[in-house]
Design a protein around this ligand. Sequence first.
Ligand SMILES: [Zn+2]
Length: 337
Amino acid sequence: MFLEELGKIEEEAGRELREADSQDKLSSWHTRYLGRKGRLTSILKSIGALSLENRKEVGSKANQVKERLSLSFSQRKDELSCGPSLREDVDITLPGRPFTYGSLHPTTKVLREICTIFSGLGFGVVEGPEIEEDYYNFEALNMPEDHPARDMWATLWMENGLLLRTHTSPMQIRIMERASPPIRVIIPGRCYRYEATDATHESMFYQVEGLAVDKGITLAHLKGTLTEFSHLLFGEERKIRFRCDYFPFVEPGMEMSIECLSCQGKGCRTCRGSGWLEILGAGMVHPRVLERVNIDPEVYSGFAFGMGVERIPMLKYRIDDIRHFYADDLRFLAQFR
Ligand SMILES: [Zn+2]
């Protein structure tokens, strides 16, 4: 009878001990089983009433159970006081997990590079609003209401007649309204287009605008500035080319291309066989744009340029789809650490 009782006590005590998950529960367990009035203690006390033979057997069994429970109790106590790190099911010999580091977005990196280069050439850095008025985005840039060139920019209009700027050029007007020449600034920022997206078109992208206005500014100044910029960003050995192009707010207008980074000018898929990659549009500020902001085109002249920012890391790192940039896929972004 006593032996049976001892087996039952050991089983129950073991189960309750595993379930005890706080020091309070642990000490109440100790009182219940091993304390002065505990279940095991009362059996040990009543052994004296047994026959000599039974006394020996029950006594030794009871002492074994007591020893085992005491040992389990102190182990459990250690587990609870050391926390989970020393539990048996945690392998403390496993190597630690490495920290994950963030990194700058490829667009941010190139933007900073561009700003650093132009700061070195004496240009200030200015930012402007992404929500614009028709006046700044089109009209003041020599594109009145029914001007066909407005179609060059698929525009996102808002219900109140405002729009999301389609390029950073509206800031040319805002700056010339506020400041008088000499002016030398670049304007980095987001632009928006109402477009179906594909590998080379996104509805949101970055541009950097540049503007210089002073007495005696010529096309040579523009070419010199852009040549220096290209040398610093793409290397001095990289050939560049200027060709005529049309933008309503410059006259004459031109585009600048660099020798293809993939094929070194021999012709490949990236450059569509031409050996050249267009990097930016530029030109001399149109006299009518200057008149609009009350700068006398007989006295002052200026140049302006605008470039798409994502295109540069796309060419540099051979990224084949502009949509990767803002899809927030860490597998893509982590490559630029
Ligand atoms: Zn090529």
